[in-house]
Design a protein around this ligand. Structure first.
Ligand SMILES: O=C(O)CCC(=O)C(=O)O
Length: 285
C-alpha cells in the first residue's frame, strides 16, 4: 500500500472572531450566464455565490469519481491525497471508503476521470469563466477539499494568488463547488468583499501560509457564504477568504478549480514570495 500523506499543520486555536461575519449571504439565483450586473458585482465585490450549479445526480457522480480515484491501487505521482493531521493513527488500517472520511485535500486528479472533466469543462461554467478572464480559460489547478466531520482543520485567511507562481496582475478565477451543504458550522467560505482591489496582501507562515490574523481582525464587512450542495462560488484569485474548522458531525466536501487565461506565463517561487512576502510590504505579524 502507498504511504499515506498527512497534513503537517495542526488544528491550532485562534481567535473565534476571525469567523464571526457581519453578514451571512444568501446565494444568488441559479447559476447561469453572466449579466452585466453580475459582472459588475464580480469586479467590485470579488465573488459571486449561486445556488444549484450541479444537480443531485451530478453531485453523486462527482463524489463517486473522487472515491474511485482515491481507491486506485496506485495513484499517479502527480496526484496528491492528503489526510488531516488528526487522522494519524486512525486511518492506516481502514478500508478506503472509510478513509475518505479523513481526507483533507485531494489535488491534480481531474485528468483521471471523465466525470470530473465534465464539470470542469461544463459549457455554462466555461462561458462565465471566459468572460471573467476575458480570454480562453486554461485549467491551472484542480482540487477537492473535504473538510471532514469533527476534524477538518481551519483554512486560514489568504489570497489564492499567494499560492500560485503567476505574475502580478494575472486574472485568476476560482470556482468552488459545494458537494455537501456548506454552513458556518461545517466550514463554509468567508470573504472580505472588495479585498481583491487592494492587490497582493502580505502573507506569513503562521497556522498556514496566510494573511496575519490581526490584519483580518481590523477589516470591516466580513461575510459568510453558506451554500446548498450543488451551489457554486466564483471568486477572484486576490479576494481574501478563509474557512473555519469543521467541528460538526457533517462533512463538507467541495470541488475547486482555478482557471487562468491560456498562455499565461509562470514565475518562480522566489518571485511569488517577493510579491506576497512581508519584506516587500514592510509589514509584521
Ligand atoms: O475549502 C476550503 O475549506 C478552503 C479552500 C481554499 O480557500 C483554498 O483551497 O484556497
Amino acid at each position: 500500500m502507498a504511504t499515506l500523506m498527512f497534513d503537517h499543520l495542526d488544528n491550532v486555536p485562534h481567535a473565534a472572531s476571525l469567523y464571526q461575519p457581519e453578514a451571512v449571504l444568501e446565494p444568488l439565483q441559479e447559476f447561469g450566464p453572466l449579466t452585466d450586473s453580475l459582472t459588475d458585482q464580480y469586479r467590485s465585490v470579488g465573488f459571486l455565490s449561486h445556488r444549484s450549479f450541479l444537480s443531485a445526480g451530478r453531485i453523486i457522480e462527482v463524489k463517486q469519481a473522487l472515491m474511485d480515484i482515491a481507491s486506485r491501487e496506485e495513484l499517479p505521482a502527480e496526484v496528491q491525497l492528503q489526510f488531516e493531521s488528526e487522522a494519524r493513527g486512525k486511518v492506516e488500517d481502514l478500508p478506503i471508503e472509510e478513509r475518505m472520511n479523513y481526507v483533507r485535500k485531494f489535488m491534480i486528479f481531474a485528468h483521471l476521470d471523465a466525470r470530473i472533466q465534465a464539470v470542469m469543462n461544463d459549457p455554462l461554467l466555461l462561458g462565465v469563466v471566459t468572460e471573467l478572464l476575458d480570454g480562453e480559460p486554461e485549467m491551472f489547478q484542480d482540487m477537492a477539499l473535504l473538510k471532514p466531520a469533527g476534524i477538518g482543520r481551519e483554512k486560514p485567511w489568504h489570497q489564492d494568488h499567494a499560492y500560485f507562481n503567476l505574475p502580478e496582475g494575472t486574472p485568476v478565477v476560482g470556482v468552488w463547488i459545494a458537494l455537501d451543504d456548506a454552513t458556518p458550522e461545517n466550514g463554509c467560505m468567508h470573504f472580505i468583499p472588495g479585498g481583491h482591489r487592494e492587490g497582493p496582501i502580505a502573507h506569513f507562515n503562521r497556522r498556514d501560509w496566510q494573511i496575519c490574523d490581526e490584519e483580518i481582525l481590523t477589516r470591516k464587512g466580513v461575510v459568510a457564504t453558506p451554500l446548498p450542495a450543488g451551489g457554486v462560488l466564483i471568486f477572484d484569485g486576490l479576494t481574501p477568504h478563509g474557512t473555519p474548522a469543521n467541528r460538526s458531525e457533517l462533512s463538507r466536501w467541495a470541488l475547486q478549480f482555478h482557471y487562468v487565461k491560456r498562455g499565461t506565463p509562470r514565475i518562480t517561487t522566489e518571485e511569488r514570495f517577493e510579491m506576497f512576502g512581508a519584506d516587500r510590504h514592510g509589514s509584521t505579524c
